[in-house]
Ligand binder design. Structure first.
Ligand code: BGC
Length: 789
């Protein structure tokens, strides 16, 4: 998309210099604003033209039946779908009888700008109506990171050539009509009119609408209030109906005179709170933000983001596009997680309805590593949300005849919502991914109370699952049969290496935690025998190996499968899932996304360097990257095994996934895992950051074009800044109050960073590597490396 000349590459913002109708849907996603609670897609204020309007509240969904032609025991019967809640963004404008609509008249200029430091989306347009009236419209909108329930807009109109009668209609619209549903399985089920009206009122400049979802029974309240400034003759009228609230402002403006409308919108929802309580809640939020005022709201927003960038910025010299992309990514990750507060972080955040608004393992394995080191409280909250759904996960395990808990593959409220169990329920690895995220968070923060009160229970429940899902064979090996690993082009395989290694780590971590917190462990019914059984399963965990090829099969037997016929597969047949039956994909060697390669990243200790290099090369030639969750992992492992230029190419793919719409579905929302992946590819890839037994290790190396990489992470209440150049790495600790030093590992050598003095270490010469591995025909990543002439 940025390749579209309307988008410029700038370090701290995303700017569109003209309105391009052909990418309207994508811009609604990339310019979306959110705070983890409220999400507003970037539809134009006047509502039309639009591609996929959307306002979301995290946790608000509607139930829908999951129909099966042939149902089976334990298949989920009901799905959850994010809904488009009351739209508070609409500001229609009538200029001398003619609606401001960019499809009519003449649009002289149109610019939108998403500012990563201000946390605002602004728009400036100059338009001449079909009757010849020229106006300038300037709007700024914000979804507040400080006042969680609040979004706000400032809308200015000015006639440029002659006096104009303008009418502005600021609206709240419920049950907005949505475009027809896409057939892409990655899009969302569109539910028509999901909200049933309960109450509404309009007084002065304030309007409120309260609705309830029909089946899930969630109450949603939305309210707006306005501060209007303009000529003395301004007339204001507010009215409300079941699905529409409107404040109309009419004014006669002379050229040079301006009408300004500041619109405050407040949202709230609850499954239990009463109608009056919800109404009061949103009214109170409006009162609070009116007291704050527009300028102070913007100042608060900037302060919040200044503090964030101060502890989380990533600087990349040598590639301005990647510089912009990683800040774009961090900005959207903050928007997705900062104020989610014990609600899920969905695969698309709150930027679109894709994947029905569900949260997947994307959160724990991709998004939380970033939040853990940049906004640790948000990572803790996301895990507290998982913990809050533990009761449902225990019930689900019982239903499946298993011990412990089995967390859903995809969900909003906590129940399993995947109707396709081979790539849903069977993807048990999500349980180990949650455990991994818990340990990572505790290692990074030293948050003991979280470990004791939340972590232990999550780890114990998931360890119990593994103990009951696996079994010891005649040789004493612990096997986990018939499960699906991360690669969704394989299913129901025995001993998926990723799953087994992550389960092994989960079992050991659970036993370690139970030992550290004996009283709490006893309260959870964990005794010495159970801990020993976890350790035993971990110690005897079976990890298959193909001695003939000298590589790890992704799962037992995988490397014996027939190779996919890559040579006869055309470019148009990707993604394969839209052109071939799963049956065919499952029986062949073709990999949708990093699986064994991800195991090598997260469990690097379980592989030798030589195995990593051979495995990497083997899986490169059969991985097609039909999932956005792959490029970043391939970048990380390419860097580790020494292919820095390939790592750089993959970094580009992860970072530009949405900005270049590489998967052709940015319209449905941004890919949070890939956004996180751009940070991961830089920090874990080029920075070589890993976590081993609670210690951070780094192995930085830069590809030719990147001359400097600097990043900051939060670690145990301190900030660690790492600055890599072509020859050396500087490690600087700040915020250190008690003088504690930080042990790290730099390129395999232990080192200690003291708070008083930066540590500067040289980069060892790069290892000798053979020929760069190849990908299936046509599936190599776009090249970013300098091209040989
Ligand atoms: C991927 C999954 C991922 C899901 C949501 C699928 O295409 O294969 O790994 O969790 O998308 O992003």
């Amino acid at each position: 998309m940025i390749e579209n000349p309307a988008f410029s590459v700038e370090p701290w913002c995303l700017r569109e210099t003209e309105l391009s109708m052909d990418v309207l849907a994508q811009t609604e996603s990339v310019f979306a604003l959110a705070n983890g609670h409220i999400g507003w897609r970037a539809t134009l204020e006047e509502g039309e033209p639009h591609a996929l309007p959307g306002c979301y509240l995290n946790g608000v969904y509607e139930l829908r039946p999951l129909p099966y032609a042939e149902a089976g025991y334990g298949w989920p019967e009901s799905g959850q779908t994010v809904i488009n809640v009351t739209n508070g963004k609409v500001i229609r404008l009538l200029v001398d009888d003619e609606p401001f609509d960019v499809r009519y008249g003449q649009l002289h200029s149109h610019q939108r700008l998403l500012d990563f430091r201000a946390g605002t989306l602004s728009r400036r347009a100059q338009w001449t109506s079909p009757a010849g009236q020229t106006i300038q419209v300037h709007s700024v909108r914000v979804v507040s990171l400080n006042q969680r329930a609040v979004a706000a807009m400032c809308y200015d109109i000015e006639p440029l050539n002659r006096s104009a009668r303008v009418v502005v209609q600021s609206e709240l619209v419920a049950n907005e009509q949505l475009p027809a549903q896409s057939v892409d399985p990655r899009a969302a089920a569109a539910l028509e009119a999901p909200l049933s009206a309960e109450a509404h009122y309009a007084v002065d400049t304030r309007v409120q609408l309260v609705h309830r979802t029909r089946r899930s029974g969630l109450r949603v309240a939305a309210a707006m209030d306005h501060v209007i400034s303009g000529p003395a003759s301004v007339m204001v009228l507010s009215e409300s109906g079941t699905d529409l609230g409107r404040t109309s402002v009419s004014a006669l403006l002379e050229p040079g005179q301006r009408l300004r409308i500041i619109k405050y919108v407040a949202y709230g929802w609850s499954a239990v709170r009463s109608l009056p309580a919800m109404g009061d809640q949103v009214d109170a939020a409006l009162t609070a933000v009116r007291q704050t005022g527009w300028e102070a709201l913007l100042a608060e927003q900037r302060r919040y983001l200044d503090a964030f960038w101060d502890r989380a910025d990533v600087e990349v010299d040598g590639d301005t596009e990647i510089q912009q992309a990683v800040r774009f990514a961090l900005f959207h990750l903050v928007q997705a997680g900062a104020r989610a507060e014990r609600q899920p972080i969905a695969a698309k955040g709150l930027t679109g309805p894709g994947y029905d608004g569900h949260a997947f393992w994307d959160t724990e394995t991709f998004v939380l590593p970033v939040l853990t080191y940049t906004v640790p409280d948000a990572a803790a909250d996301a895990l507290r949300w998982r913990h809050a759904t533990l009761r449902l996960a225990v019930q689900r395990a019982r239903q499946l005849g298993l011990g412990g808990a089995t967390f859903p593959w995809r969900t909003i409220h906590g129940e399993e919502c995947s109707g396709y169990w081979p790539a849903g329920t069977a993807a048990f690895h999500i349980n180990a991914d949650i455990a991994d995220a818990v340990v990572r968070y505790v290692d990074a923060t030293g948050d003991d109370s979280f470990e004791r009160d939340i972590g232990l229970e999550l780890l114990a429940a998931t360890a119990r699952l593994w103990r009951s899902l696996g079994h010891h064979d005649d040789h004493g090996s612990f096997r986990i049969d018939g499960v699906t690993g991360p690669d969704e082009y394989s299913a129901l395989a025995d001993n998926n290496v990723y799953t087994n290694l992550m389960a092994q780590q989960n079992l050991r971590a659970a036993a370690d935690l139970a030992e550290r917190h004996p009283t709490h462990a006893r309260a959870l019914g964990i005794d010495a025998e159970e801990m020993a059984s976890w350790r035993d399963a971990a110690d005897t965990m079976f990890v298959p190996y193909d001695d003939d090829l000298d590589v790890h099969p992704q799962a037992e037997g995988f490397t014996k499968h027939q190779m996919w016929d890559f040579a006869s597969t055309t470019a148009q047949q990707y993604p394969l899932l839209l052109h071939f039956p799963y049956f065919e994909l499952y029986r062949k060697q073709v990999v949708k996304q990093a699986d064994l390669v991800l195991a090598m990243q997260l469990r690097g200790d379980a592989f030798t360097d030589a195995q990593k290099a051979r495995n990497f090369a083997y899986y490169e030639q059969i991985t097609v990257r039909d999932s956005s969750l792959s490029a970043c992992t391939q970048a990380i492992m390419a860097a580790e095994v020494g292919y820095l230029e390939l790592a750089y190419d993959y970094l580009g793919e992860a970072a530009l996934m949405d900005l270049h719409d590489l998967e052709h579905n940015t319209r449905d929302g941004l890919h949070m895992a890939s956004l996180a992946g751009s940070w991961l590819a830089l920090v874990a890839g080029l920075g070589g950051m890993r976590r081993r037994h609670g210690t951070l290790s780094f192995a930085p190396r830069l590809p030719e074009r990147i001359t400097r990489l600097a990043f900051t992470i939060c670690i145990k209440g301190q900030r660690l800044r790492v600055e890599v150049t072509g020859t050396q790495t500087g490690y600087i600790l700040t915020d250190n109050t008690d003088g504690t030093t930080l042990p790290i590992i730099h390129h395999g050598q232990p080192a200690t960073i003291s708070p008083t003095k930066p540590l500067v270490l040289p980069l060892p010469p790069p290892p000798a590597v053979g020929h760069e591995p190849t990908q299936p025909p046509g599936r190599d990543p776009a090249r970013r490396r300098p091209q040989a002439t």
